[in-house]
Design a protein around this ligand. Structure first.
Ligand code: ADP
Length: 159
């Protein structure tokens, strides 16, 4: 049983994140998508809302689970018995930060592998910040996020 952890802020989940989950579950028996409770980042959605949107968006995917964690990714990965950390790489701009984090996580736990997956090209320019901005100014986001996220963003930015 090979389990991996896919950590992130997911504020909110996008089709790019879901693309990565689909690629990960093709390779591993279990993928735990885990929402980071990161107090240094101000988020639009609460952790509970982010977990709910992920649960609804991923509910038909066998072997995929959602949780949240407080603290270091490596500690949470050890707690749940994950063998690796999944991260998405969109462009060269992601590389430096991801490289630093992967090396630091390796230093903290040498048994844990970081696995980078690339999404479909159509998601390479997509991130949660763009989605939040588009939604705020009533742009059409329906091609980029699951229906539950469209609905939740409408509630956040009514009118
Ligand atoms: P974090 O704050 O940890 O970067 P995010 O929710 O922004 O959290 O992203 C979580 C992971 O998903 C990161 O590895 C990020 O590179 C990846 N990711 C984000 N958006 C996309 C996308 N459109 N396509 C593929 N991977 C993505």
């Amino acid at each position: 049983m090979r389990k991996v952890i896919y950590p992130g802020t997911f504020d909110p989940v996008t089709n790019g994140h879901i693309d990565i989950v689909m690629r990960a579950i093709d390779l591993f028996d279990e993928v735990v998508v885990t929402v980071a409770k990161n107090p240094s980042k101000t988020s639009l959605f609460t952790v509970e809302e982010r977990v709910e949107m992920l649960n609804v968006s991923l509910k038909n995917m066998e072997g995929v689970f959602v949780d949240s964690f407080d603290g270091l990714v490596v500690d949470h990965a050890r707690e749940i018995g994950a063998v690796g950390i999944i991260r998405g790489l969109r462009a060269v701009s992601d590389f430096e930060y991801e490289f630093q984090m992967a090396l630091m996580n390796r230093k903290l736990n040498d048994d844990l592998r970081t696995i980078f997956l690339m999404p479909h090209e159509k998601y390479t320019y997509l991130n949660s910040t763009i989605i939040r901005n588009l939604a705020q100014f009533k742009g059409d986001i329906s091609d980029f996020v699951p229906p539950i996220v469209v609905a939740k963003l409408k509630q956040k930015f009514p009118g």
